[in-house]
Ligand binder design. Sequence first.
Ligand code: NAP
Ligand code: ZN
Ligand code: ZN
Length: 352
Amino acid sequence: MLPAKGYAAHDAHSPLVSFSFARRVPGPRDVQIEILYSGICHSDLHQARNDWHNSLYPMVPGHEIVGRVTAIGAQATKFKVGDFAGVGCMIDSCRTCPSCADGLEQYCENGATLTYNARLRNSDELAFGGYSDLIVVDEHFAVKISPALDLKAAAPLLCAGITTWSPLRHWQVGKGQKVGVIGLGGLGHMGIKFAKAFGARVVMVTTSPEKAADAVRFGADEVLLSTDKAQMKKHAGSFHFLLDTIPNGHDLNPYAALLRRDGTLVLVGALTELTPPLVGGRLIGGRKSIAGSAIGGIAETQEMLDFCAAHGIAADVEMIDIQQVNAAYERLLKNDVKYRFVIDMASLENAA
Ligand code: NAP
Ligand code: ZN
Ligand code: ZN
């Protein structure tokens, strides 16, 4: 085994603390990665605090991982030592079901293995995530990171990037469409950048008027304050597509009212119950759809990363040391992030 160091949550109520554990020695198809940067997703906070009632402890969160390949297995061919590589939300899947065959491993019908808060496939061992100094994964679940990308700003692409890219692509968002991105956080700011790059007219739908200038800088053509009833009425019935990144259960009715005929709202944020109930007439009048989407497959993650390298797209990040992770979680809860925290893993060396 390889000795590894990271930060872990030991229960839902205590801060993350320094943690020593072990990683497997690379198998024939594995790649070993020295982690340089690890983004902080709101899902890390949800899981560290057991918001989804499925948390396994000790938990080393982190699924926006960028690093350098330091070793490869004898039959691994995708990387060479020294390459930059990324790992997102998954580290394994069954590889044989129809979803896996379609390159949509996140919808693996036998259950994709998540990067943390999961057990390794066919094992009782816990999977530990990116708030650590190294990771060993099957090369299929590692993606190539172009040296043209700023590595720090590329880390959030592994979750915030692909989670917004995948639905925008699947629903073919582009020219001639009015698209709203709801919630200007980690996911939301990437959603604006991609929707703009695909040629849509982009509206930032936010509860935070002070974020308007940033939204415009990321590519929004307009900013709609969702707490302002008059503004919401003005935009009623006008959106082809809405990407909803709000992290918790919320009222969908005012957002459904924004959709035009045949419009679709895609949920990516709220995994829990949505209340109050959605009024059926909101969808029936106008043949509207509410849908959901989870991260993206490995092939489309690579496609997204290559697009970002070619078009100079990356996240806007605030760098922190690992010792600041608990303070960063508190700021995330207060919507105080511009617009993704990324941990410089070199700071682990100073950890107790
Ligand atoms: P984040 O950085 O905290 O951003 C969320 C934004 O939502 C906030 O900045 C805020 O934007 C808005 N918001 C927060 N609370 C709100 C409320 N009560 N009502 C209305 N708007 C609110 O979070 P994130 O990392 O982007 O993640 C967003 C959600 O997506 C999380 O629940 C996460 O677990 C989930 N997620 C899902 C997937 C997937 O595969 N589907 C992948 C990654 C993350 P404004 O200030 O602009 O209103
Ligand atoms: Zn995430
Ligand atoms: Zn499968």
